[in-house]
Write a protein that binds this ligand. Structure first.
Ligand SMILES: Cc1ncc(C[n+]2csc(CCOP(=O)(O)OP(=O)(O)O)c2C)c(N)n1
Length: 620
């Protein structure tokens, strides 16, 4: 790598001429493609942002000037250019670089990211702090058209237009979210980007400028003025201008010299500015350009499919099949996703029931309240959102759904530790945040068959909201036979024993069963209960059985504070029982990234660690 080897920080970039930046972009592209194809990670988003990243670090004086990336999945080139060229091979690996932005990783990652739509708010905050301190650095927030569908981004635009600070917002518009971007705002961006007359004039002028001999350089200014007038004529004003921003663009986000010139021209503007860049997701890699959905992220080459040890499909595939089956039987069932059609397993639902499928954009909060509206009018909404992203819709779950006892079904995908996406994406809070909501039924299936039954039960539950959490891993058992209604609040004893009581939740049921034999060999006979209802709990079982056991263990894949174990401890204490209770769960701390099985080992939730903890507990 002729160039990259010598770029240890963005200041090294500045020693090159604008013409050489193209070669640097080529190397970046080559390096990122070959590395990520080998080790896995987000691919297409970064390829679309290579020129933009290079131009930004070339023109701005980072890290004094602040570049704030939205979501962070497109910031791989930023990592490589900011001193992480060598460690780039460790991205998303255990103890390696994060796949998103992380302040503790680099001074160039000025604001952490992982969830979408945050960059304008964060940038505006920095701009205000700067002005309060009379500092002079520049603030640039980079946001994708997908992330721009999030309400938070609109709130920030509204606030920024009013505060009137220097803040450059770059819209990285590739017309894609993970799946094709949707929504009226997306249509609006397309309209600007594809205005035929303006683009015709722009193209002509652009070509003229590139052919101008050096001695006629002064004509360039004139031509640019003509272009600007053409823009005003064909695209009278944009919504951004109406909101108080100056708007520049649309410009070609892969034309590095145009990017550099434009950024240099607008750098000193002391107002809110939007620069609209048109990019291609997957740029420079044929197959990624043609199928950006598939190549949004790629797996590690040597990665084994999750099905390896089991013929059972992953929970997401069970959800995909069961939701379609239920929808065939019940015309009132509708499905809602917040821009995660593929991840949550709603691709077939969208195909089979296009009128009953709603992708609301990266707008979890809206998605929840929207489902409330559907429920009020007799629909049965299945809201499929990752546990971590549903945090965005928390007030809506309480105020719009639970308070009105609306029968909305929340399917909390990726609950527990997600693996390589790391701390921003682990779904470790949902037991705690759902459990405390009045009237919310909170469940976790032990396997695919139980997911099917819980979903069926949920579609028949009319008294209020119902939530189901499941991780991304094998569903252990799924034979797609008939669905059964499970009595609300009923647990299932799956192993009888009289020495110790193990109350296990969801993903921890199988892991508890895995150690029953080993415990028995040590003469510890364990009763294992599948606590599929985290709330309401099976009070009948607890009343009839708890006093028989002097030692109780609870196991859950969620943080201990506010978790299921606390419910058991509180119940036991309310009954003045004297059992010794061991709560096993996730630490009340942020867990980094790495393969899910390694992280489970690290936090002591693999079978071996569970066995050791329980033996120690019994022996003490
Ligand atoms: C709050 C939230 N919801 C969902 C996601 C999952 N997600 C990651 S990237 C992405 C698409 C972002 O699209 P865009 O901003 O246009 O970036 P692109 O990938 O097209 O470069 C989504 C939905 C997320 N990171 N955060």
């Amino acid at each position: 790598m002729k160039y990259l080897n010598n770029i240890k920080s963005p200041s090294d970039l500045k020693s090159y001429s604008p013409e050489e930046l193209e070669f640097i972009c080529d190397e970046l592209r080559q390096y990122i493609i070959s590395t990520i194809n080998e080790i896995g990670g987000h691919l297409a988003p970064t390829l679309g942002a290579i020129e933009l990243t290079t131009a930004l670090h070339y023109v701005y004086n980072t890290p004094e000037d602040k570049l704030i990336w939205d979501t962070g999945h497109q910031a791989y080139a930023h990592k490589v250019l900011t001193g992480r060229f060598d460690s780039f091979k460790t991205i998303r690996k255990y103890k390696g670089l994060s796949g998103f932005l992380k302040r503790t990783e680099s001074e160039y990652d000025v604001f952490g990211a992982g969830h979408a739509s945050t960059s304008i708010s964060a940038g505006l905050g920095m701009a205000c702090a700067r002005d309060l301190d009379n500092e002079k650095f520049k603030v640039v927030s980079i946001i994708g058209d997908g992330a721009l569908t999030g309400g938070l981004a609109f709130e920030a635009l509204n606030n920024a237009g009013h505060l009137n600070k220097q803040l450059l917002v770059i819209v990285n518009d590739n017309d894609m979210s993970i799946s094709p971007n949707i929504g009226a705002f997306r249509n609006y961006l397309v309209k600007i980007a594809t205005n035929k007359s303006y683009n015709y004039v722009r193209g002509k002028i652009g070509r003229l400028i590139t052919r101008l001999p050096k001695r006629l350089k002064f004509v360039e200014t004139l031509l640019k003025k003509i272009e600007s007038s053409a823009k005003n004529f064909f695209l009278p004003t944009t919504i951004f201008e109406d909101l108080g921003f100056r708007y520049f663009g649309p410009i070609d986000g892969h034309n590095i010299s145009e990017l550099v010139t434009t950024l240099e021209n607008i750098k000193e503007l002391n107002t809110p500015v939007v620069l609209h860049t048109i990019t291609k997701k997957g740029k420079g890699l044929d197959y990624a350009e043609h199928d950006p959905v598939k190549y949004h992220g790629v797996k590690e080459k040597k990665d084994n499919p999750i099905k390896k040890n089991s013929e059972a499909p992953i929970f997401q595939n069970v959800f995909a099949e069961v939701s379609c089956n239920l929808a065939k039987e019940n015309k009132n069932i509708v499905a809602i996703t917040a821009a995660m059609r593929e991840g949550t397993g709603l691709v077939n639902f969208a195909k089979e029931f296009p009128d009953r499928y709603f992708d609301v954009g990266i707008a979890e909060a809206h998605g929840v309240t929207f489902s409330g509206g559907l429920a009020v009018n007799g629909k049965i909404p299945i809201v499929a959102i990752y546990s971590t992203f549903l945090q965005r819709g928390y007030d809506q779950i309480i105020h719009d759904i639970a308070l009105q006892k609306l029968p909305v079904i929340f399917c909390l995908d990726r609950s527990g530790l997600v693996g390589e996406d790391g701390a921003t994406h682990h779904g470790v809070l949902d037991i705690a945040y759902m459990k405390c909501i009045q009237g919310m039924v909170v469940t976790a299936p032990k396997d695919g068959n139980e997911l099917q039954d819980l979903l069926f039960t949920a579609t028949n539950h009319v008294d209020g909201p119902f939530s189901i959490r499941y991780p991304k891993e094998s569903s252990i058992d799924f034979d797609n036979t008939n669905s059964n209604i499970i009595k609300i609040g009923s647990w299932e004893v799956i192993n009888k024993g009289d020495d110790i009581l193990i109350l296990a939740v969801g993903s921890m049921v199988k892991r508890s069963m895995d150690i029953v034999k080993n415990l028995k060999e040590r003469d510890i006979k364990s009763e294992v209960v599948n606590c599929r209802f985290i709330k309401p709990m099976d009070l009948e079982y607890l009343e009839n059985n708890c006093s028989k056991f002097s030692k109780i263990v609870t196991i859950e894949e969620g943080v201990l504070d506010g978790g299921f174990g606390e419910s058991i401890a509180a119940w036991s204490s309310s009954k003045k029982l004297k059992n010794d209770i061991l709560n096993i769960g996730l630490p009340n701390d942020f867990v980094d990234h790495g393969p899910r099985n390694i992280l489970l080992e690290e936090v002591g939730l693999d079978s071996k660690a569970l066995y050791e903890k329980i033996v120690k507990f019994v022996d003490r």
